[in-house]
Design a protein around this ligand. Structure first.
Ligand SMILES: [Zn+2]
Length: 130
């Protein structure tokens, strides 16, 4: 676990990137869902969790922003609204975009990242099987 100060610096870097490059704001709220609201250009983050988890979630939602802005999105995840497998693909791609963004911003993801990503993807895999 790293110091909250560093984590807050990293979160600021991601927030600045989202606003400067994509015009997307970040809203922290104890009732917030961890989600990218594409029509409102807002990412909401539930801020009742530990800072490190909030950073990971923020990076992941930024990954969704990057994917949705990509001209290739429809080819990468065709019919994402109608297919659980396409939703799962987008989730996995968003984690990879998150990793690349962290690297670009000089954010050291630390040793908990891999476990967090596996856990998040596992939940989605289970959901596709319902
Ligand atoms: Zn997601």
């Amino acid at each position: 676990m790293r110091f909250n100060e560093t984590l807050e610096d990293h979160m600021s870097s991601v927030e600045n990137y989202l606003m400067d490059i994509h015009g997307v704001a970040v809203d922290y709220d104890p009732m917030g869902l961890d989600e990218y609201w594409i029509d409102d250009k807002v990412v909401t983050i539930n801020d009742t969790r530990q800072k490190q988890e909030q950073l990971f979630v923020l990076l992941h939602e930024a990954g969704h922003v990057i994917l949705r802005e990509s001209p290739d999105f429809e080819k990468m995840c065709p019919h994402a609204r109608n297919s659980k497998i396409e939703v799962l693909k987008e989730e996995i791609f968003a984690w990879e975009e998150a990793r690349k963004l962290a690297s670009m911003l000089g954010i050291d993801l630390g040793e908990d990242w891999d476990r967090h990503v596996r856990h998040a993807i596992t939940k989605y895999v289970r959901w596709t099987q319902i």
